[in-house]
Design a protein around this ligand. Sequence first.
Ligand code: GAP
Length: 443
Amino acid sequence: MTDLMEAVTSLAKRRGIAFQSAEIYGGLRSSWDYGPLGVELRRNIRNAWWRANVQLRDDVVGVEAAVITSPKVWQASGHLETFHDPLVECTNCHQRFREDHLQLSANADGIVLCPNCGGAEFTEPKQFNLMLKTFLGPIEDDDAIAYLRPETAQGMFVNFPAIQAVARKKLPFGIAQVGKSFRNEITPGNFIFRTREFEQMEMEFFVEPGTDDEWFAYWVERRMNWYLDLGVSKEKLRLRPHETEELAHYAKAATDVEYEFPFGWQELEGIANRTDFDLNAHQAASGEDLTYFDQEKEERYLPFVIEPAVGVDRALLTFLLDAYRVEEVPTAKGDTDKRTVLGLHRDLAPIKVAVLPLSRNEKLVPEARRVHDLVKPEWITQYDDAGAIGRRYRRQDEVGTPFCVTVDFDSLDDAQVTVRERDSMAQERLPIANLVAYLKDQL
Ligand code: GAP
């Protein structure tokens, strides 16, 4: 693991953002639980996505479809037949790997060595289906087989006519969904980057055939800008169009938003032109009419679909890595100290305001509590009175809290508090009566 990955993983664990699931039993590979700050950060990521892609638009509506769907959906969508990764086994240690991932570690002569034992011989690749299977009901036979969804997308396709009718939307319009997906990944890893259970934020944007290339370009640009608007470093983001041979079975074109992770440039989000592949497949398999009636043209057709799709967990890892910094700061004594800062965008910061009484003095505490009561209804806040004030600032910097409000002895006389901003560390004195309005303006 690189230093940055190690630092961020350790911070995530130490501060209750994300940690190994069921750690008391030794954990489960690739399963992670999110603690109090992780929960807030995830909620903020989802909210930022929903706000940009649904709330602020007139042409996108939401859906929450079931995780366990009829197997007929996966039959028709092609996932049962083609949602595969190439699996190889080391003939020496019998560990299994994704062949395409192994190829990336080939040396200059094209030789690939087993990352586990150094062996150089592998079995022929065989196609391994990534769908997680379960059984519904008490009898575990073929009729009871069901699958946990490997993408949320199909929930939008099978509900397309119903949602179009109830939302009374004309093309172009989109259906958005945020929810868990599951894949039996051969090689999960890199903390929360690739896991078997993850959450996706996806949108199927239905357009008239022939306008799809234009809408594809539109969504690629919009999605890239979303990361930039949330403060992700421009030089660490890039767009990578897919080669024809790597396109998913449903796509005519695809572009990834890639981020330069400590383990290399990797897909952060995928934007695909899925054509009418899915609607066509579900129409053929279900026998239902999934066409759209275009009133202006007075004709029926199957819309084409542009799909931006990103994982909440992968976005969270990106925001953490990108925001993490350690910097030298001057101390009151005239020397320097180090502080760790998560320079998260204010919309994403798990805690927006921390209220810190200078000490646990019995006169200060009621006033600090009163100030906390003022801000608590507005944002996720924290009241912290444990330890030296400098340490408490560091604790908040480390989790990206944009503002700390300090209540000191002067506050008791002048009804003012000190507001400290995370990045500049600038401190401003202002009346308690103006505090909420001031913070609202800043946040
Ligand atoms: N509906 C299209 C679709 O699912 P994908 O590229 O396979 O496309 C979209 O997935 C996004 O979901 C990825 O860009 C990534 O952010 C996230 N994702 C996919 N598999 C993941 C996994 N095993 N662990 C974490 N996130 C994953």
